[in-house]
Ligand binder design. Structure first.
Ligand SMILES: Nc1ncnc2c1ncn2[C@@H]1O[C@H](COP(=O)(O)OP(=O)(O)OP(=O)(O)O)[C@@H](O)[C@H]1O
Ligand SMILES: [Mg+2]
Length: 243
């Protein structure tokens, strides 16, 4: 579904991604891991057209992702993004946050959007919190609203950029639980994460980025338990000990 061919991206003279090749199939869950500055966020941002890239091509079901083109709005509707910081509208309730996209971007009727938003919020365990404002919710609850907001757009895929890194440790599980459920339902997901246990249990494949290149990739269990790349062995030792 998402095809990345020879992707290269620089900021000025600084090359951030070099000749990335990767393919993500429908229903697949892929974790993107790697040291700070290796280009993980940049790669996600290129996939949904938030960033221009200089070389190669990215296609979503054969539609080329080009941040400048007219089709980019459509691409962003099909490929949602969830960030480390939840980016909710502070003056709207959880329910209103989830209704926003369907009403204003997809021109759904308010009644229909509200009904779906209720269902989606209930599905992420927030049936009791719909009328709450973001500052009345915990970080884990806010992130679940952010996921609900992404789901309300009925995307074909969701990109997650360190969705649990800003959370207190005791709140991480509830967000990973929601993501695990989405994976089981067959949602296509690309997830930047340092949660190695989650990556091993939930994702089909892992890509390890190092200095803007894919240094290793393969089935999660194999790559995470028997990495061949030395930098990846190093990286895994560090994250496992930190966590
Ligand atoms: N807007 C920008 N302008 C210039 N350089 C940038 C910009 N955004 C990112 N970079 C650089 O690109 C490189 C990759 O950054 P990126 O944010 O993709 O890394 P990352 O793997 O997501 O790191 P982290 O784990 O810390 O989030 C870094 O060297 C960073 O400094
Ligand atoms: Mg990042």
């Amino acid at each position: 579904m998402i095809k990345i061919e020879q992707l290269s991206k620089s900021y000025g003279a600084h090359q951030v991604l070099s000749n990335i090749d990767a393919e993500i199939r429908h229903g697949e869950v892929v974790c993107l891991i790697g040291p700070s500055g290796s280009g993980k966020s940049t790669m996600l941002r290129c996939i949904n057209g938030l960033e221009q890239y200089q070389g190669g091509r990215i296609t979503i079901d054969d539609v080329r992702v080009d941040a400048d083109s007219a089709s980019i709005r459509q691409i962003r509707q099909r490929v949602a993004m969830v960030f480390q910081r939840f980016n909710l509208f502070p003056h709207r309730t959880a329910l209103e946050n989830v209704m926003e996209g369907p009403v204003h971007v997809k021109n759904e009727s308010v009644a229909q959007a509200r009904e779906r938003a209720r269902d989606i919020l209930a599905s992420v365990g927030l049936a009791e919190k719909m009328a709450h404002y973001p500052n009345q919710l915990s970080g884990g609850q806010q992130q679940r609203v952010a996921i609900a907001r992404a789901l309300a757009m009925q995307p074909d895929a969701i990109l997650f950029d360190e969705p649990t890194s800003a959370l207190d440790p005791e709140l991480v599980g509830e967000v990973l639980g929601v993501m695990r459920k989405l994976a089981e339902k067959g949602m296509t997901m690309v997830i930047v994460t340092h949660e190695m246990k989650f990556a091993r249990e939930v994702s089909d494949r892992v890509l390890f980025l190092d200095g803007g290149r894919i240094a290793e990739q393969g089935p999660s269990e194999q790559v995470l338990t028997q990495p061949r790349n030395e930098r990846m062995q190093d990286f895994l030792r560090r994250v496992t000990h930190a966590g």
